[in-house]
Design a protein. Structure first.
Length: 358
């Protein structure tokens, strides 16, 4: 792409060359046919020169006006292009074949802490790991000069500029989109009050855990818990305090869990827990610790809540195990614990009385 000054110079040079060539051609023909009459030749050449000079000056003025008009249109197009590029939500970089930044729009400048003059002339490779020959969109990380970075989507296109091949790199900050996707995923997978997985997500996670263990099987403990007398808490102190208790219990579960443990709010005041590769005894130690912290938590009202549960230790294989039957089994054990006076965990053939809360 040529700038307006280059167009102007080239236009004037071409016009001047054309007129001089025309003038020399006319003089040559005139001399050839009238060489015998020397005095007439001199007078004729002088008159011809004067006429040509007037003609040339007039045409040059007209040409310069045309060039100015073209220059004005060119500048207007440049300004329009600059405005359009500055309105883009993508950062746009003009890059030399060596990877040097020649120009950039306002959005691209916002990725940096420096002024535009300090950014141009620097290598794009210090900010972006890319192959200039690739034209496909790609996910990458954009680094600025202060060490911060963001996830980005980029695309590279080649263009001709000032007689050389250059590249335009489009960079779009994906931070807002990723945050939105994370939030939507969080809303879809988590219980909004407690932050634990909801029932659907828990079952999906359980399914993935089973698939991962399909060859050797998954030996695990499944526990269904119910907060004791939770309706009385709501009726006595109000639902806001009931929510406080649910949130406290969920927080205590998370703080004491391992990375591989999976918890969910199964519904109301019920919670479903999965302890992969864990036996019943280890699970009971965990629940004793939870019971102690749950009772000693500093609530806004003076209560010492407890919970009851049903637990089974089993081997799960994706081709042999009916998960729904396992959940029905722990549900029956939970109601058995309630029938026996609560504050206990019932298992197959065993009843674990949790620590006494005074």
């Amino acid at each position: 792409m040529k700038n307006s000054e280059q167009i102007k110079k080239e236009t004037v040079l071409k016009l001047t060359t054309a007129y001089i060539t025309l003038f020399l051609t006319m003089v040559s023909f005139f001399v050839f046919f009238n060489f015998q009459k020397q005095h007439q030749l001199v007078l004729g050449m002088f008159l011809l020169f004067v006429i040509f000079l007037i003609f040339t000056v007039a045409n040059l003025m007209i040409s310069l006006q045309s060039v100015k008009k073209a220059e004005s249109l060119f500048l207007e197009k440049e300004q329009i292009f600059e405005k359009i590029s500055d309105m883009s939500n993508q950062g746009i970089f003009l890059i030399t074949p060596e990877g040097i930044i020649r120009d950039l729009n306002i959005k691209a400048q916002s990725y940096f802490y420096e002024e535009k003059e300090d950014i141009t002339g620097q290598s794009i490779f210090r900010n972006l790991d890319c192959n200039l020959k690739s034209t496909r969109k790609f996910r990458t990380v954009f680094y600025n000069d202060m060490g911060t970075h963001f996830q980005a989507e980029a695309q590279i296109k080649s263009i001709g500029f000032e007689g050389r091949k250059h590249f335009v790199i489009y960079v779009e900050d994906q931070t807002a989109r990723i945050e939105k996707e994370t939030l939507l995923k969080k809303m879809a997978n988590e219980d909004p009050l407690t932050g634990l997985l909801n029932r659907r997500s828990f079952l999906n996670e359980l399914g993935r855990e089973i698939e991962r263990s399909s060859r050797i099987g998954l030996t695990c403990t499944i526990v269904l818990l119910d907060l004791d007398h939770f309706k009385n808490i709501n009726d006595t102190y109000g639902h806001d305090f009931g929510d406080e208790v649910l949130v406290a219990f969920s927080q205590i579960l998370r703080e004491n869990s391992r990375q591989l443990d999976i918890f969910c709010r199964y519904g109301g005041e019920e919670f479903l827990l999965l302890f992969p590769h864990t036996n019943l005894e280890s699970s009971m130690h965990f629940l004793d610790r939870i019971k102690r912290e749950f009772a000693d938590h500093p609530y806004t009202h003076n209560i010492k809540p407890t919970f009851s549960g049903g637990a089974i230790n089993t081997e799960i294989r994706n081709d042999k195990t009916d998960v729904s039957l396992l959940l029905k089994e722990v549900d029956k054990l939970l109601y058995k614990a309630k029938d026996k006076g609560r504050n206990r965990i019932e298992t197959k053939g065993h009843s674990f009385k949790l620590i006494k809360v005074s």
